[in-house]
Design a protein around this ligand. Structure first.
Ligand code: AMP
Ligand code: MG
Length: 422
């Protein structure tokens, strides 16, 4: 398919309103103020899955521990083959875990199984498909052979003394396997960041409560719970706090006493019931940002005692967008000391899109791979920042950069697959 890059609207490049921060700048400001968790704990191997290493792991042994056969076949000495010996006497069998202990003499070979140590006097493995077994334990080989073929050398995977995994690395399933192959049963990992969160709003009710007129169920605490749990942080759900300064003050103080990170949703715009701003100004050191993005324009970031604070917007989709763009990279840094920018790929957009230059727009998209392995994307229905159901249908954000205007069908657009957000 013919593709073209996003066209810039003439005269609109970098046209962000004064006093408004770009997404990249906001991410940079946040990162500059974070401190990674340094406390460690020692955990049994299985419990380290998803945790961040607080130590380098040095290999205490060679993997494989001994030079061994990569095939089921016959161990021979290449010199015999070179000298043209055609028939070999098979003198025994080497099994994985049961080495053949005697030495192999000229004109002899040893039957060998995958993983068995290489018998003394041999240096080459011939696979059994190239061997013909004749009467009286005599074996004849066909084909061409090279010294050392089909042999796995001791330490060829991991050499003793090598740094296998580095401090700051997040343990994945493969790492459990690698650590087990080294016989390592426990590791030092960093403490998980503790994240306290609550929703604010007089209109919010919890599941199980009756809804009176004008009330809605609190959904943000649930999507936040899901996103945070997937990240492997310690989650402290402080419930719904009404729009009352005293209640908010208590909730903030409680959260700051127990958490490294506090997240709230709602109350950060400039409505009459938006009390978070005055309470936060009284309790901590806060920045109230307007971000050049849609959805998610108002965002509060700051410090409450030792905790960092994210005041996310109230609209359910804006919560998820700002979480993935700002909070997830921040939590990744706090957990591991490593920065993380959401992975962005390019996809062909299959429809015209309206876009106002001067802000980054995050659209809910459906990404799929075409038969010729191209990525192509369409929007996932209504894009209002309260329409959470279109997030369910989506599997990516279409990220329309700040300086671009309308997109015509067939253009290439950046996308962030949701799979990359964990
Ligand atoms: P606010 O930022 O508090 O003015 O909220 C903006 C919009 O998001 C309003 O329609 C709120 O009712 C809605 N909202 C705020 N918090 C939540 C929540 N926890 N769950 C669902 N909707 C919410
Ligand atoms: Mg509110």
């Amino acid at each position: 398919m013919l593709t073209e890059s996003i066209k810039l609207q003439p005269g609109c490049a970098n046209d962000v309103e004064p006093g408004v921060l770009s997404v990249t700048d906001a991410r940079r400001h946040i990162l500059a103020e974070l401190k990674p968790v340094t406390a460690k704990e020692k955990l049994a191997l299985r419990s380290t899955l998803g945790r961040v290493l607080a130590q380098d792991v040095i290999s205490p042994l060679n993997v494989p521990s001994h030079t061994n056969s990569a095939m089921d076949g016959y161990a021979v000495n290449i010199a015999d083959l070179t000298q043209g010996i055609s028939h070999y006497e098979c003198i025994g069998t080497a099994y994985a875990g049961q080495p053949y202990k005697k030495s192999c003499q000229p004109g002899q070979c040893v039957r060998i199984m995958t993983g068995a140590p290489i018998p003394e006097g041999t240096d080459t493995i011939i696979m059994q498909e190239q061997a013909e077994v004749l009467p009286n334990n005599i074996v004849q080989f066909s084909g061409k052979h090279q010294t050392g073929q089909n042999i796995r050398l001791a330490g060829e995977d991991i050499a003793i003394g090598k740094t296998v995994l580095q401090r700051g690395h997040r343990i994945l399933p493969v790492d459990l396997g690698v650590l087990a192959s080294l016989g390592i049963g426990e590791c030092h990992v960093r403490r998980r960041p503790r994240v306290a969160f609550f929703s604010t709003g007089d209109e919010l009710r919890s599941i199980g409560e009756e809804l009176a007129e004008g009330e809605i169920y609190d959904s943000n605490r649930y999507s936040l719970y899901g996103m945070l749990t997937r990240l492997g942080v310690e989650v402290l759900d402080l419930g719904v706090i009404p729009d009352q300064p005293a209640a908010l003050r208590d909730a903030f103080q409680m959260a700051a006493a127990m958490a490294d990170v506090i997240i709230t949703s709602g109350g950060v715009s400039v409505g009459e019931a938006d009390y978070i701003k005055p309470v936060l100004e009284e309790l901590g050191e806060m920045r109230f940002w307007k971000i050049a993005m849609k959805p998610g324009r108002p965002l509060t970031f700051g410090h409450l005692d030792k905790a960092v604070f994210f005041g996310l917007p109230g609209n359910p989709v804006a919560v998820m967008v700002t979480f993935y763009q700002f909070v997830q990279p921040a939590l990744h840094y706090i957990a591991s000391g490593k920065p993380l920018t959401p992975l962005t790929l390019n996809a062909v957009c299959n429809q015209d899109l309206r876009k106002r230059p001067g802000r980054t727009e995050f659209l809910r998209g459906i990404l799929h791979q075409t038969d010729n392995a191209e990525l192509s994307v369409t929007t996932a229905g209504q894009q209002g920042s309260g329409i959470l159901s279109s997030m369910c249908r989506a599997n990516c954000f279409i990220v329309l950069p700040e300086d671009c205007g309308d997109i015509s069908s067939g253009s290439t657009v950046p996308v962030q697959p949701f799979a990359c957000f964990v």
